[in-house]
Design a protein around this ligand. Structure first.
Ligand SMILES: [Zn+2]
Length: 378
């Protein structure tokens, strides 16, 4: 009997202790959940940067040793465009002694991003070079290194970093080696280094058919070198290899064929394209334009109406039709065509813009200058 009583007492005491214990951990857990740091992280995940800044500022005030809260605070400030403050926070952290390795690496990467946002590429490279080797071969660091070399004008090292990046694997949306070469060609071209641009473009089109856009610029370079025939050859190559991108060179071809006095050839190109893809709106409008110039008005209008049937939200067919009618004083018909256009007009007019950040593009490229997203225009 005594044994049963003792056993019951032991169980009861155990139960009470267990209850107190769980109550304590749960209250500690609640405390942790509601700490400014945790609230800051939650706000960050929810995308509320105002509230994240508020909580994280409180977190570092309560506990100045919370390095992660500082790092994140700096990162939010950078993303909000307050690059100076971000740089200052990350720099000050780096001066601290006795930082755990992981934290130090995180701070260096954050600081490199701050400096990159300020266009201080050489400093970005200097800081990234202080990372341990394993960190330097991390894909996100390699991408940062590549972009820094590229922006600093060191194209060879940029190309090498891109190769390392592709070798390291898994970083989504990165261009192939060939496409990156073409992109470097455009970087050189925009800096006025035509020779380098040419080398990169020529290698790129051999390496990867996806770099087809390079033909556009190879042609442009040939025009600068007053070699129209070669320019025409490059642009025709784009049409034969990538007919879906033919429209990128229509305007250039028309101008060049006009200069060499072979406008008939241009008509032939449009006819061939329309024959192989009858719903190619840009080829149809081009053909219609040629026919009008030739004086074949009825045929020009027929083709323009055909273009209207297939036009997307750029309304190129309608534009062509209305323009021909206006030029030939057929105002009533033009007004009717404008009326149907307006009726079908949805609120947006698609311009040549970045699919991610919608910044307007100036010319064709592989990368958005604004958000640095990779785009495939051909
Ligand atoms: Zn963009």
């Amino acid at each position: 009997m005594a044994f049963v009583i003792i056993a019951a007492a032991v169980i009861a005491v155990g139960a009470v202790l267990w209850y107190i214990g769980t109550k304590r951990t749960s209250s500690r857990k609640r405390e942790l959940d509601e700490s400014p740091y945790q609230l800051g992280l939650d706000a960050l995940i929810a995308g509320n940067s105002d509230s994240a800044i508020e909580h994280l500022t409180r977190a570092v005030r309560n506990n100045p040793r919370n390095v992660d809260a500082y790092i994140k605070l700096g990162n939010i400030l950078r993303e909000r465009g307050q690059v100076k403050q971000a740089t200052q926070i990350h720099r000050e952290l780096l001066v601290k002694r006795k930082l755990p390795h992981a934290a130090r690496n995180e701070i260096i990467k954050s600081l490199a991003r701050d400096l990159g946002s300020a266009g201080r590429w050489r400093e970005v490279l200097e800081h990234l070079a202080t990372l341990p080797r394993a960190e330097r071969s991390d894909p996100s660091v390699l991408a940062m290194t590549r972009d820094a070399y590229e922006s600093a004008g060191d194209l060879d090292k940029a190309a090498q970093a891109h190769k390392d990046l592709l070798k390291a694997g898994a970083l989504e949306g990165q261009p192939s080696a060939g496409v990156y070469r073409a992109h470097l060609g455009l970087v050189a071209f925009n800096r006025g280094d035509t020779r380098r641009a040419k080398t990169e473009f020529q290698a790129a089109v051999k390496e990867d058919p996806d770099a087809g856009l390079a033909y556009v610029y190879l042609g442009d370079i040939a025009v600068r070198e007053e070699d129209t025939e070669r320019a025409l050859a490059y642009w025709m190559k784009l049409i034969s290899e990538k007919p879906e991108c033919a429209h990128l060179v229509f305007e250039r071809l028309e101008k060049a064929y006009f200069e060499v006095g072979d406008f008939g050839r241009m008509m032939g190109i449009y006819e061939e394209l329309v024959a192989s893809s009858p719903s190619n709106v840009r080829a149809l409008t081009g053909l219609s334009r040629m026919l009008e110039r030739k004086g074949a008005l009825d045929e020009a209008l027929r083709i323009a109406r055909e273009a209207v049937k297939h036009e997307g939200d750029t309304f190129e067919g309608h534009r062509q039709l209305i323009e021909i009618l206006m030029r030939h004083n057929r105002y009533e018909e033009a007004a009717r065509a404008a009326e149907t256009l307006l009726a079908g007009l949805v609120n947006h007019h698609k311009e040549h813009t970045c699919p991610r950040c919608e910044a307007a593009f100036n010319g064709y490229s592989w990368r958005c200058d604004s958000c640095r997203a990779w785009v495939n225009e051909c």
